[in-house]
Design a protein around this ligand. Structure first.
Ligand code: AMP
Length: 404
């Protein structure tokens, strides 16, 4: 019997969705509603049957109306993929912050919603739209199980020695200030795939995962459990990202607030949107543009790539030390899967640590492959991530033990 899962990822002004037929984990349709709550909302709907994308432009005031349009699209006589809503058996929701409340995916109850709400102050950009999406879907599909899958959950195995900051202990007790880590669903997925590619039981593996997209994070995973990860209390910490600076001297924040006359809202927006590769290069937040500019001789673009690469190299070194060795390094997400030049730069001059890339094998994009040289002690894997599939699988599993 077929079992369809709708996967929903609500951002502040967007709704991403995918419908999976879990009998064979096939994607029936996927799409994006962009500019929700802003004039000129655009829904782009793709079916998995080779037909053209459907684009609908319509002003949508909020996520509930946006979700309604998604569901109408899914059952549309001409371009829908199911006959009616009773063919959606469960809904999986991406939730960014679960703090230390959730170490795995859960069936959404009123208590779960309250915990998501309790995280609003530590994830103000993400958790409110995530909850909005949950409530919109529950209102439209009240009779199916809804499951929350948290970006933070996979990192909950970190020990206090890795997640605590050297701040007065009271701020941890009072405000839960500690490192949480993000992109957990992606790190989890590629860890599983890497163990399969190593042909080893997960419990015997030491894996470093590099999720390098517009947001970026690294994780050290020992025997399937996260030991350390580069993002912290918020997704601002760690690697250099498209528009986020990652690690900087904390005093710089104070200095800039004074010099540029910024309050907390302005500095938050500045650090999230104006720094990182965009700020340093002055070219773009997209590494395709930066690489092109660097090749064309733009010195700031060249510098940006070097700063970016050096930070990643630093985390690889730190994590090899944390794991006392490493079977493989995994490159994933937009840049990790596609940026041949940056993968090569990251792995350059790392042979002391047993990391040697094969430049010819590395000339690949977006497919699972080992790009390490034959004599490299550490394998180097490119693995396309699939966070939606993890959400669909967790939702399927939880829905089957908790039918509504
Ligand atoms: P994601 O957040 O995983 O969707 O990744 C998006 C980012 O991946 C883009 O903003 C680019 O910076 C980067 N990216 C995608 N393709 C390439 C490529 N061929 N070369 C360099 N960077 C890429």
């Amino acid at each position: 019997m077929s079992f369809n899962v709708l996967v929903v990822n609500c951002g502040s002004s967007s709704i991403k969705y995918q419908v999976f037929d879990m009998t064979d984990e096939r994607v029936l349709a996927q799409g994006l509603v962009d500019r929700v709550g802003i004039l000129g909302t655009v829904l782009t709907h793709k079916r998995n049957n080779g037909t053209d994308d459907v684009v609908i432009v319509k002003d949508l005031p909020d996520h509930t109306v946006g979700m309604k349009l998604v569901l109408e699209t899914l059952i549309h006589a001409e371009y829908g993929v199911i006959k009616d809503l009773s063919e959606i058996n469960a809904v999986g929701h991406r939730v960014v912050h679960g703090a230390d409340y959730f170490s795995r995916s859960v069936l959404i109850t009123d208590e779960v919603k309250q915990a998501i709400r309790d995280c609003f102050n530590i994830a103000p950009l993400h958790n409110p739209p995530n909850l909005m999406g949950i409530e919109a879907c529950q209102a439209l599909m009240p009779n199916v199980p809804h499951v929350a899958v948290f970006d933070t959950a996979f990192h909950q195995t970190m020990k206090p020695a890795n997640y605590m900051y050297a701040l007065p202990y009271e701020v941890y007790e009072k405000y839960k200030i500690r490192r949480y880590g993000f992109h957990g669903t992606s790190h989890y997925y590629v860890t599983q795939r890497a163990a399969a590619m190593l042909n080893k039981p997960l419990k015997d593996t030491k894996i470093i995962t590099l999720h390098l997209g517009n947001g970026a994070s690294a994780a050290a995973v020992n025997g399937g459990s996260v030991v350390d990860t580069s993002m912290g209390y918020t997704p601002l910490e760690g690697l250099v990202m498209g528009t986020r600076c990652g690690n900087i001297d904390p005093y710089i924040v104070i200095f800039l607030m004074e010099k540029l006359n910024m309050g907390s809202t302005e500095i938050n927006s500045y650090l999230n949107n104006k720094t990182g590769a965009l700020g340093l290069s002055g070219v773009s937040n997209d590494f395709r543009d930066i690489s092109e500019a660097a090749e064309g001789g733009n010195p700031r673009a060249q510098l940006t790539l070097q700063v970016y690469v050096n930070r990643v190299k630093g985390y690889i070194g730190t994590y090899i030390a944390a794991l006392n060795g490493c079977d493989c390094i995994v490159f994933t997400a937009g840049l990790g899967e596609n940026a041949v030049n940056i993968r090569e730069m990251i792995c350059e001059n790392m042979d002391y640590l047993g990391i040697k890339i094969d430049k010819d094998k590395n000339k690949v994009r977006g497919r699972e492959v080992d790009v390490a040289a034959d004599d490299s002690k550490v394998r180097i894997f490119v693995i396309p991530t699939n966070e939606e599939l993890v959400i669909a699988r967790d939702t399927y599993d939880i829905a089957n033990v908790n039918p509504v």
